[in-house]
Structure formats: C-alpha cells, structure tokens
Write a protein that binds this ligand. Sequence first.
Ligand code: FES
Length: 112
Amino acid sequence: MAVDFVERVTRLERVESPGAPPRGRVSFNFDGRELDAIDGEPIAVALLAAGVRVFRTTPAGHPRGGFCFVGRCADCLMVVDGVPNTRACQTAIRAGMRVETQQGLGPAEAER
Ligand code: FES
C-alpha cells in the first residue's frame, strides 16, 4: 500500500529521539474543537495526525494545507493565539493554544 506524503511527514515528525525522555500529551483548541498533541511537536504535525488537511484559505478562497513543512512556503499560515500568519510547521504546540484556520490574509490588527 502506498503511503502518501502527509502520512510520511506525520510519522517522521512523531518519532521520539532515542534516549530522550518521553514527552507528555497536551490539549489545544482548533477552531473550537479540543484536540490532543505531543507537547512541543509542530502544530502542523498535530493537525495532520488529527486528520486536519486545511490550515488556511487563500484570499481567493482556495484551501491550503502545507506544502514544504520546512518553513519556506506560506501554505501553513494560521492564526495562533490571535496572531495571524503563524507558520504551523515551525511553531511548537503548547497546552491551551488556540489555533484557527486562517481565512485569506488573516484578521486585521483592529479585529484582534
Ligand atoms: S508548510 Fe511551508 S512554511 Fe509551513
């Protein structure tokens, strides 16, 4: 059975480092839903593991769910704790974070 890219990324990112102490589980809020993650893993990995495939929509309304996963594109921009344009692939998840799907360019300064 072929393993798609997203599944491979999720598996690779979730491998614990040999000899490192196990990391605990945390919960965070994604668009009003409580999800769980491994403390400190990238937000993108936690979302992919939870089955979320859309992180943002473009100003034209097209869905995007991550492309490079190394911080070089803009496909994973999300609103994290009220801050728009946060790269989900480069931001570590922490307990209680509020992660939202970003619509277009994200909320303007005045809306936050
Ligand atoms: S997926 Fe490309 S910067 Fe995050």
